[in-house]
Design a protein. Structure first.
Length: 290
């Protein structure tokens, strides 16, 4: 094996942590939406109800977003992002991104509340890179609900989420993968009464080196809920916001070597060498002039 080949092999061996083919993924879905009602004032003569009406103001809507990017890598920096939103009451939409850095997607479908489905996914590609990211999201805001007086409502949905990393803990390529869902419910009544409740759930995987790092893979399948009671004597307008996100990141965390500071002896030798070179150049010019 010649010197050139030996050098190439040694360089590849030294660079192998940075050139590791990291591929990480996050994915999530929200399905099986439903609600239940409880009569808080059974003697008021008003039957519990959750009706759907056309709101007079903001009518809500849905949005999906996807992005993939890379920088500080062996390939040119770039970012690709796309988004889509719907008109009120039309919640069927999808965004898909496919790039050399990774993939991302987000979608919302469903003709009504009970048939709503959210799905998001993000992943990096399995080629050499030092910094890559992808993100997919989907969300809806529903403002058509009106809750009867003295009634408690509970909204439900099934969350399925998974995250996975690839490289061992402590690798110079740090991986961070996350899928998370958020829910919020606002209520407003004519007499000034208002209520609020929220819920946030996440699933995280990483090969990070900090203490108590999450595992390399993680998943969950659970029933999530929001509960709010209308304590007003008037019907209450509700605003239900739902968001689902999947995001992945891979970045080079190797330390940047400090610039070497020359020793005094090294500096002196350098100056002496420059002096000799300059003297030789002067002597050469004198000989040429003669």
């Amino acid at each position: 094996m010649n010197k050139f080949t030996t050098s190439v092999v040694m360089a590849a061996a030294l660079a192998s942590p940075l050139l590791a083919h990291a591929q990480v993924r996050a994915e999530g879905s929200l399905t099986n939406f439903s609600y239940t009602l409880i009569d808080l004032l059974p003697d008021d003569g008003i039957a519990p109800s959750l009706t759907i009406v056309q709101p007079s103001g903001y009518a809500g809507g849905s949005a999906a977003y996807g992005s993939a990017s890379q920088n500080a890598t062996f390939e040119p920096w770039f970012i690709d992002s796309r988004n889509q939103s719907t008109t009120p009451y039309n919640r069927d939409l999808a965004v898909n991104i496919g790039t050399r850095a990774g993939t991302a997607s987000g979608s919302v479908t469903g003709a009504d509340f009970h048939s709503l489905q959210f799905h998001t996914a993000a992943s990096t590609t399995s080629i050499a890179a030092a910094s890559r990211a992808a993100h997919g999201s989907a969300g809806s805001t529903i403002t058509e609900f009106v809750l009867s007086p003295g009634t408690q409502v509970s909204f439900f949905a099934d969350l399925n989420a998974s995250t996975s990393t690839m490289l061992p803990a402590g690798n110079v390529l740090q991986e961070y993968v996350r899928t998370y869902a958020s829910f919020s419910l606002n209520a407003d009544a004519k007499d000034g009464w208002n209520g609020y409740t929220s819920n946030f759930i996440e699933v995280v995987a990483t090969n990070g080196t900090w203490p108590n790092s999450p595992p390399a893979t993680a998943s969950t399948s659970e029933r999530v809920s929001l509960t709010l009671g209308n304590n007003s004597v008037f019907s209450s307008n509700l605003k239900l916001s739902i968001s689902l996100n999947s995001t992945v990141n891979v970045h080079d965390a190797s330390p940047v070597p400090p610039s070497p500071v020359p020793e005094p002896a090294t500096t002196a030798m350098l100056l002496a060498g420059l002096t000799l070179v300059a003297g030789a150049a002067r002597r050469r010019r004198k000989v040429q002039d003669q």
